[in-house]
Design a protein around this ligand. Structure first.
Ligand SMILES: NC(=O)c1ccc[n+]([C@@H]2O[C@H](COP(=O)([O-])OP(=O)(O)OC[C@H]3O[C@@H](n4cnc5c(N)ncnc54)[C@H](OP(=O)(O)O)[C@@H]3O)[C@@H](O)[C@H]2O)c1
Length: 248
């Protein structure tokens, strides 16, 4: 099992879905988890779940689109645990509509959360990683950041931007033994996708060679691997977790 023992992981969007599964998986593999999101009640439930299995976690409320909130939550996490050496930029949102109908606010909120949020969090934790000359940053992008998707110009742009951000950061901090990678999920069953119609879900499944949606746990396994010592020579990479939906 990939080992992250002794490390402190900050996971954004840890209140549910992929972020929650990732927090549980990293805690099970020995990391202490700083759980970040806006919904404090849900975060507290994830903390309880981790502690019930003898893991260590604490909650830090933050809206990733708000730079000041990110800075003070990260400061609090570092004060509490002494460092953050794994960052999972997972918090994300959609506001889907065709470009013709897309409001400036739909564009801005998705870019500010999905892309600027990752920038704010990375900037807030990078000092801690540089200091100890070890770090893992994992950005959760999407297959639609690789292929584009009609009705998701804002989301696709934010997720493609995250891939560029990943590669630039990987080059910038490699000499300090910090790796920066992205995980690109395909169609995963979470709250984000539960609103899709049954018809659309079955059409999407037809596009997936493995013939089914993925689970949040399956994405968490990939994140845990990239966070571990086992992935020490991988940086600037985009790891697809998409059932074969996009290859190459
Ligand atoms: N599900 C899929 O098929 C799929 C596919 C590809 C990529 N992804 C990506 O995977 C990530 C997780 O998605 P999911 O499917 O697990 O979605 P989800 O169930 O909707 O969870 C989204 C998480 O992001 C947090 N979040 C949203 N806006 C935030 C903000 N401004 N500040 C802090 N936290 C915020 C939410 O927490 P609070 O509401 O408590 O703040 C929640 O924990 C996203 O980046 C998404 O784009 C998902």
């Amino acid at each position: 099992m990939p080992d992250v023992n002794g490390h402190v992981a900050l996971v954004t969007g840890a209140s549910q879905g992929i972020g929650r599964a990732c927090a549980l998986a990293l805690a099970e593999a020995g990391a202490t988890i700083a759980l970040a999101a806006r919904n404090e009640e849900k975060l507290a439930l994830v903390q309880q779940e981790i502690e019930s299995k003898d893991g260590h976690a604490a909650t830090f409320r933050m809206d990733v689109s708000n730079e000041d909130e990110v800075k003070s939550a990260v400061k609090a996490a570092i004060e509490r645990f002494g460092k953050v050496d794994i960052l999972v930029n997972n918090a994300g949102m959609t506001r889907d509509t065709l470009l013709m109908r897309m409001k400036r606010a739909d564009w801005d909120s998705v870019l500010q959360t999905n892309l600027s949020g990752a920038f704010f969090c990375t900037q807030a934790v990078i000092g801690s990683m540089l200091k100890q000359r070890w770090g893992r940053i994992i950005n959760i992008t999407s297959v639609f950041g690789q292929t584009g998707q009609a009705g998701q110009a804002n989301y696709s742009a934010s997720k493609a931007g995250l891939i560029g951000f990943t590669m630039a950061m990987a080059r910038e901090v490699a000499s300090r033994n910090i790796t920066v990678n992205a995980v690109a999920p395909g169609y995963i069953e979470t709250a984000m996708t539960e609103g899709l119609s049954a018809d659309l879900k079955s059409k999407v499944n037809e596009m997936i060679p493995l013939g089914r949606a993925g689970t949040d746990k399956e994405v968490a396994h990939a994140i845990k691997f990239l966070a571990s010592e086992a992935a020490s020579y991988i940086t600037g990479h985009v790891l697809n977790v998409n059932g074969g939906m996009l290859m190459g």
